[in-house]
Design a protein around this ligand. Sequence first.
Ligand code: GLY
Ligand code: MN
Ligand code: MN
Length: 443
Amino acid sequence: MTTLNENLTKLFPAHIAQLQQMTKTALSRENLEGIVIHSGQEIKAFLDDNSYPFKVNPHFKYWLPLIDIPNSWLVVNGEDKPTLIYYQPIDFWHKVTPLQESYWNDFFTIKILTKASDVDKLLPYDKKGFAYIGSHIEVALALGFEAINPEPLLNYIHYHRGYKSKYEHECIRQSSMLAVKAHQAARHAFLQGDSEYDIQQAYLKSIGYGNNDTPYVNIVALNKNCSILHYTALDKLVPQVHQSFLIDAGANFNGYAADITRTYSYKNDKFAELIARMDQLMLNAVSGLKPGISYVDLHIETYKAIGEVLREFNFITVDADTATESGIISSFFPHGLGHHLGLQVHDVGGFMADERGTHVNAPAEHPFLRTSRTVEANQVFTIEPGLYFIDSLLADLKASANSDQVNWKNVNAMRGFGGIRIEDNIIVHKSHNENITRDLGLI
Ligand code: GLY
Ligand code: MN
Ligand code: MN
């Protein structure tokens, strides 16, 4: 059996070759000599000497799995071995991470930087032909860069980031493996009656994570809080009853994200039936994710299928076609079906029709959909349909002309459960889908 490290060692060369090729083409199109990628700098809170948690530039971690080293740089031109300028200060206040021996080392010419402000000695002398990619514009200007985050260059890279290498697929599988383990621990904590805060602690502890190690702030919601789409409050009090639990939580591996959601009912009740029905609907949506289809069409089909569920459970009094036409389904499913997944949870390039970055909006009736792009092999997506009972949206619906399309008694009975979202992570291959989340056994 191959170990994880052997597998990454085997896959990394082709990943770098893909990035080199992409860089070479991008540079010749933009008439540039090379790209200088800044990992980032720590950012201090206003009038304070404490920094926010460091978030590395995604362009930096695209090339190599270093996610916590500020003041480091990459110089790439698509032909020569890329140069890594690795920051390793002499600092008796903080932990300094020494360069670890790893499968990626040989693919870089590595130079050690001991003083952040000395970087110019290691960067190309003439900056004219080089583009800076990073978030510290003042640093780029001081160093003499003229091309700073040029849009055509970024568009080209962001479009191509949609097609993940096999190395990236493996990193996403590994992050999913961590997330699935933690989801199982969280479910266990819910069933034993823990608070939201304690469930979050169980999640983190099971995979040895600190609060800032997840790729986004975990959503850990009990009961009515499941209706708040981005609920992150983490109540420390145990609620009087446990009715429902929605957890949208991920993990990181080498800078690649997993983004998984599950919803559970405490009892074997109507809400549990609704979850089972939504699970069936979500798996059906996953099987519709194929090369050549438009993600927008899949969203619209699923939107209508949620209308069917609303009718089956007698939450609405009209059929799915009428509900689609009147738009009332949006009050129950107000977000998009999913998004690209990779170095960023909501990965870039979802709205790009081509490598120039031609932007295609989501349809006006579905403003929160995060991708309008045609689905192709090697892309990675989330599929995450939802069905919620959100007081503010239901109040608007009740006050609207469509109020009589709703069976309010049945809807009101569900408000305390908040809502359902089920989210899996999928690699689209040429001939089949790989549902990473289900393959790992998360139900
Ligand atoms: N966790 C954010 C999302 O599902 O898109
Ligand atoms: Mn999510
Ligand atoms: Mn998501």
